[in-house]
Design a protein. Structure first.
Length: 459
């Protein structure tokens, strides 16, 4: 049996890896979703993984089964790919975040949908495909244990084309119930952990020094995080991850993370308004504590990438300039600026249904205004988001950030990572002429506006 697994690209990203912008390598935060499927596939099945971001889809390839994973913004492209293979008589199964949260929609474009995690379910899909009876929606009875997971077959990826293929997952999910978060909906507000010894064994077997923990919230269980960091320290690896800023409530945990090799952390600050945070059930973030938390991480040589969201109901046109100033004042190292997006399958989507004005899933990439904001126009929201992105990645701002970080304790070790990510965002901004304008100062010429694209693709 021949299995073809596909990760779609969308919009402007489709040719990024092929054009090799600035000679860099493609940065995918993780291909772990398809690697997890491959790891669960019976040994007698021949597997090929195709990442459309770096190569063309082999439309005429011999395949007995095609599996496609997608987030919401990639769903239209995933459906298009599925249609072309089904037209050849090749059965297709869709999986990933969007098909799991919208299975009744996804099944209209595929022979089967895997709703949920691959572990414990994928082998049944393969068996049914062999027998010619694969159909419908496959759902697991519950969330799968993370004990004894098969190692991801990273050799199936074109490693030379990526900044790194060494993504590791120690935990899944997040215990918080932010009502706009698809991760919370997918994982049912749970946070599960793999045995520490299994995680450490996987990390130890990786030949490279740098890895990425693709956990949604690595430090949600502090006792687990302590044990993990203590066990990782002797390996002398360098790594980045995602967490909430609550990690800084425990200075000892931050010190342990740094000793274990943490060089950078992505934290969802979202906004500098406590009112906005409370409105989306994220009041565990405390704006008053942002400054000291960031300083603590910096004192340990850990770079801070902040997730910033514009379009909360409390936001006015003044929010963009004010946020940019606060980001500068906090000395944030990297940002991922997003537009509030009511993803299908989340509580927020239902709450905002009467305000949604754009049903094109390809625009649900957190960089397009798809709803009517409460205190500004959608055009202002789009323009302000683009303007902050452009201003934050001005060359002089990037140079200042690099200079500051180089003189922090341990800053030189994480400086290459920090410079690469800043340059990746700058490259995207330059390539697509992202400009926007500051809505608080009135509308600038229409040629100044452009919609952002998703997270950085090259370093």
């Amino acid at each position: 049996m021949k299995l073809l697994l596909i990760a779609p690209a969308s919009g402007r990203w489709t040719s990024v890896g092929k054009n090799r912008l600035f000679g860099g390598k493609v940065f995918r935060f993780s291909m772990l979703s398809l690697l997890s499927v491959a790891a669960e596939t019976p040994a007698d099945v021949s597997i090929r993984i195709v990442d459309e971001q770096i190569e063309d889809i082999p439309w005429n390839a011999e395949a007995d089964l095609v599996g496609i994973t997608c987030m919401t913004a990639l769903a239209p492209r995933a459906y298009e790919i599925a249609g072309r293979f089904r037209a050849r008589g090749v059965p297709v199964v869709l999986g990933g975040m969007h098909p799991s949260l919208c299975p009744d929609e996804a099944i209209r474009h595929a022979d089967a949908v895997l709703a949920g995690e691959a572990e414990g379910l994928w082998s049944r899909v393969v068996d049914d495909a062999r027998a010619g009876r694969m159909s419908g929606i496959y759902r697991a009875d519950g969330l799968h244990s993370l004990r004894g997971l098969h190692p991801p077959p990273r050799h199936l990826l074109q490693g030379r084309r990526y900044a790194t293929v060494h993504a590791v997952q120690a935990t899944r999910g997040c215990p918080h119930g932010c009502d706009f978060c698809a991760i919370s909906a997918f994982n049912r507000k749970t946070h599960r952990q793999r045995p520490v010894d299994e995680v450490v064994a996987e990390v130890a077997a990786i030949p490279d020094k740098f890895i990425i923990f693709v956990d949604d919230n690595l430090t949600a269980d502090r006792d687990y995080a302590r044990r993990l960091f203590q066990a990782l320290a002797p390996l002398r690896k360098w790594w980045i991850t995602q967490a909430t800023l609550a990690i800084a409530d425990d200075p000892e945990l931050v010190e342990l993370a740094a000793r274990a090799g943490c060089k950078g952390v992505f934290v969802g600050l979202e906004t500098f308004s406590d009112r906005n945070l409370g409105a989306v059930s994220k009041s565990f973030n405390r704006v008053s504590g942002y400054r000291e938390a960031v300083r603590l991480l910096h004192r340990h040589g850990i770079a801070v990438e902040a997730g910033i969201v514009f379009g909360f109901d409390g936001d006015t046109p003044d929010v963009f300039a004010a946020t940019l100033k606060q980001l500068d004042d906090l000395e944030i190292d990297v940002i991922q600026a997003s537009i509030f997006t009511p993803l299908p399958g989340t509580p927020r989507h239902g709450m905002m249904k009467d305000r949604i004005m754009d049903g094109d899933w390809s625009h649900y990439d957190f960089h397009h205004a798809v709803f009517r904001p409460q205190n500004m126009t959608a055009a202002d929201l789009q323009a302000g988001h683009d303007w902050v992105t452009r201003e934050f990645y001005r060359p002089w701002r990037m140079a200042r950030r690099m200079w500051r970080h180089a003189f922090r304790p341990g800053g030189l070790a994480s400086l290459p990572y920090l410079a690469a990510v800043n340059l990746a965002y700058y490259g995207r901004t330059f390539r697509w002429k992202i400009r926007g304008w500051n809505p608080a100062r009135g509308r600038e010429p229409a040629t100044a506006a452009s919609a952002c694209a998703p997270a950085p693709a090259t370093v």
